[in-house]
Each structure stands twice: as C-alpha cells, then as structure tokens.
Write a protein of this length. Structure first.
Length: 501
C-alpha cells in the first residue's frame, strides 16, 4: 500500500512537471528577450542563436522532429517537446531574419531601402507562426482563416491609403525608377537626393538640407525625373539681354569666354552661346552649359551671370537697361576710353584720387596677345601689374609633385601681378593667353612718384592689396603671387620702393 501511494505521487508529480515545463520554457524565453532589449543587437542575436541551437539539441536528443505531424492533441508527456518545437520555429525565423539583415546591411543601398527587407521579414514570421499553429500545435485554424477574410476586407477599406503606399513601394522595388543615393525631382514640388526608401514613403534630402517625407502613392502619381541616370551630369542654361546695337558675333564670343571663367562648367559636352531673339531695342541670348552634379547648378549660374556681365561690360557690349532708352547708336560708337573706368574698378587703387588715377592711366602700356602667347613666365621679375581689357588669360603653375597644372582663368576687368608690382617679388605662376587678349601694363616706376609725394599711400596700398588677395573670386589671380605675400607686405613695399635701383 505505501508503495502504491508512492507510485501515484511520483506519477502525479511527473504529470505536473511535464505540464509546467512548456510554461517555464516560454516564460524563460520571454523574460530573457525582454531583459536583453537594452543590450546591443549583436548580443540579442547571439542569444537567439544559442537558444535555437539548444532547442535543436533537445529535439534531436528526444528524437522529436520539428514537424511532428497531425496526430491529434499532444498528450501531457510530449507537451513540453511541442513547446520546444514551437520555440524552435520562432527562433529559427528570428535567426533567418538576423542573417538576412546582416547580409543586406553590408550594402548601403539595401540598408537604406527598407521596403523589401521589412516585407521579407514579415513573410518569414508569418510563415513560422502558421507552421507552429498548424503542424506543431495541431490547432484547427480553418474558422480563423474564414474570419480573417472578412477582417481583411474591413481592414482593406480602412487602410486603403496605407495599402496604396505599400503596393506603390512594391512597384518601385520591381521597376526601380530610382535607388537610394539618386537625385530625383517629383514634378515641380520636390527635388533632392533619395536617402531612404521604406514600405510607406521615401525620404528626400533637399538642397536646403531639409528631409521631405513623401508617401509612395504620391510619388507614383508624380512625374519622376531621375537626375542621376544614366549620369549625374546636368545640363542647364541662362538667358540675358544685350542692346540690339551690339554685334551678335562679339556678344556670343564674350559669353563663350565667360564659360571658361566658371570652373564647374564641364568641357564635355561643350558649352555654347546662341542668339534666341532679335529685337529693335534689345536682343536675347542663351548660354547652354553642363555641370557634373545638380548641387553645382545654382552656384554655377550665379558665377556665369556675373562673369558674363563683366565680359560684356568691359568689352563695351553691355550697359544697364535703364540707360538703353537714352543712348543712341552714335553714343555706342563714340564710347569714352575704358582705361579710366578700369582703374577705378581695381581695388588696389581704391584710395587714389581722380587726378592720381589720370596720371596712372597716362602711363599704361597697351599689349595684345595671340592665343597661346605667354604674358609672363613663372619666376619672372617684371614688377608689372597687368589689367585684362578683353580676352581670357590662363594661369598655370609648375610644381615638382604634379608638374604643369592649370590653376584657372581670369577675364576682362580683372588684374594680376599686384604683389610683384609693389614688392618686385617673382611671379609664382605663368600667364598665357587662352584667347585673343588686350591688356594694359603698369610698371612699378609709375607708382614711385606717387609714393614719394604721399607716404601714407604705403599703408593704403598694403591694405588694398591684402583686401584684393582675400577676395574669393580673385583666387586664380592670387595664385600668381608670391606665397609669402601675406607676410609683412607693408615692410616689403617700403623696402622695394625706398631702395635705389
């Protein structure tokens, strides 16, 4: 009798233990998953893999396959193994999703385009849960599927906008009109670089450093222009007007020269300038050009407008529209000499009086260069300031590391060699005519009488020269100066002009 009672007690204890095991196993996995949430993703993935390996070992040890079949409701002795099998499927799904995420994250485009990874992960989890319900737990889900059909219709009506975004995102993934990193424009509203694509929307980084979040359904209804395919090269144009009395051939030549002064403009495809409208008062011109990327477009247009205006202004082909009505063809033909206005626009002489500028203008020596002719060589010591009246000068520099390299171009209204004029320092670069050029040369001996009559001009020249060297749009001309120009410039000016030569 005691032996029989002991046997019953043991059997009851075994049954209770077997019934509690699934609860304990599920509780352990759930508590561990919640406890590990603050830890890094790699730690959680490692825990999932270890649990998956442990569940595989248990199923193999008790010779219980993950798919036990449909043999009816599991009895109490094997209930905990069914729980392990269910956990095995769910952990397997998590491990598979982790492996997929790790593989795709190595590619930047897949890492930022989250649509297909998210949908694939959802499909994996759905399949795993379905297998657990049907095969592992042997639950009848026919009624659930029938009910879910009705529920799907209700949810479809309630979430039609969200579903439209999802299906539009799937269409983008299949058709691939653009990828992460491409620059696109959506109609006339949004333009920028695609930084992320997900199941509901795309994120576009605009030129103003704002992030525009556009639903996929809205993108699908917009006119999409991919600025990055087949290349990121962007073609554009500017339009400007000149008086009808200006020679169109000369205007076109000046506009083409202005494109040389804009470094972002590509040489291939070549830029062009054309006459688009001929009028009685003014004519319309268009300059076509290309840049390597859209981000350079606005700044290049600004540069091209300014350089085109300077080229036309100093060549006498352009004047403000306010003066167009009051000027006659005779006024255009009998323009005053541009020498004095050129000197007045030079920052180096901004402190000189009109009489002093007139004296300098009287001593300017004109010089003409053919294309390819050298104005001065690197290391030359002419101590002369050169003012460009018309044409384009190419500034190049030779170094031991890179050899001969073109550093840029300067055009009409600009000047080069101010430090050599004031200090006698050798030119740090060479200047060669790229087009037919007309220049004015000012020798240092012309400056000496001015300095002798007014010693305050030393400091004025020093300040003006430093300001000229600091201006951004004179960066090319500055490269032709001595590298130590910014150091003790006033002392060097005094030493150069005070020493008898």
């Amino acid at each position: 009798m005691p032996a029989r009672r002991v046997s019953v007690i043991i059997r009851r204890h075994s049954t209770v233990t077997s019934s509690l095991l699934p609860v304990l196993i599920l509780s352990f996995v759930l508590v561990s998953y919640i406890a590990l949430r603050p830890f890094p993703l790699r730690v959680r993935h490692l825990f999932d893999f270890m649990c998956f390996a442990g569940a595989t070992f248990i199923l193999f040890r008790y010779q219980t396959p993950p798919l036990p079949g449909t043999g009816g409701v599991a009895n109490g002795a094997s209930l905990w193994l069914h729980a392990v099998a269910g956990i095995w499927w769910l952990l397997g799904a998590r491990v598979l999703v982790a492996v997929m995420s790790f593989t795709l994250d190595r590619n930047r485009g897949w890492r930022e385009a989250r649509l297909f990874p998210d949908l694939t992960a959802a499909a994996i989890y759905t399949a795993a849960v379905s297998v657990v319900l049907i095969s592992v737990l042997a639950l009848p889900i026919g009624g659930l599927l029938a009910t879910s059909g009705v529920l799907a219709i209700v949810l479809g009506l309630a979430l039609q906008n969200t579903l439209a975004d999802v299906f539009a995102g799937i269409a983008f993934g299949i058709e691939a009109p653009f990828n992460v990193g491409d620059r696109i424009s959506l109609g006339d509203k949004t333009e920028g670089t695609v930084v992320q694509m997900n199941w509901r929307s795309i994120r576009i980084l605009t030129d103003g450093d704002d992030v525009a979040i556009v639903p996929n359904s809205v993108v699908a209804k917009s006119d999409i222009v991919n600025r990055s395919f087949p290349t990121r090269v962007r073609s554009a144009f500017i339009e400007l007007s000149c008086p009808a009395t200006s020679n169109p051939e000369q205007v076109i030549d000046m506009l083409q020269q202005a494109t040389l002064l804009c470094p972002p403009i590509l040489s291939e495809p070549p830029s062009s300038a054309v006459l688009t409208r001929l009028g009685s008062a003014e004519s319309r011109y268009r300059v076509n050009f290309s840049v390597s990327d859209t981000e350079h477009l606005s700044t290049t247009k600004d540069q091209l407008f300014r350089h085109a205006r300077r080229q036309l202004h100093y060549s006498g082909l352009y004047f403000p529209s306010a003066a167009q009505d009051s000027r006659t063809p005779d006024d255009v033909t009998n323009r005053p000499s541009p020498v004095l206005p050129l000197l007045q626009d030079i920052m180096l002489f901004e402190t000189l009086q009109a009489e002093q500028l007139a004296k300098l203008a009287a001593h300017l020596k004109p010089r003409a260069l053919e294309p390819g002719e050298v104005l001065f060589a690197q290391g030359g010591t002419e101590a002369t300031l050169f003012i460009v009246v018309s044409g384009i000068l190419e500034v190049s520099q030779h170094t031991e590391l890179s050899g001969q390299q073109t550093t840029g171009f300067i055009g009409a209204g600009d000047y080069i060699g101010e430090v050599s004029l004031l200090t006698g320092a050798p030119y740090a670069a060479a200047a060669t005519a790229r087009t037919h050029c007309k220049l004015l040369g000012l020798d240092c001996n012309v400056i000496k009488p001015l300095l002798s009559a007014n010693s305050d001009l030393y400091a004025e020249f020093d300040r003006s020269a430093r300001r000229g060297l600091a201006i951004l749009n004179r960066a090319v001309a500055v490269r032709a100066t001595d590298h130590s120009a910014g150091q003790s410039l006033l002392h060097r000016i005094r030493a150069f002009f005070d020493n008898p030569r």
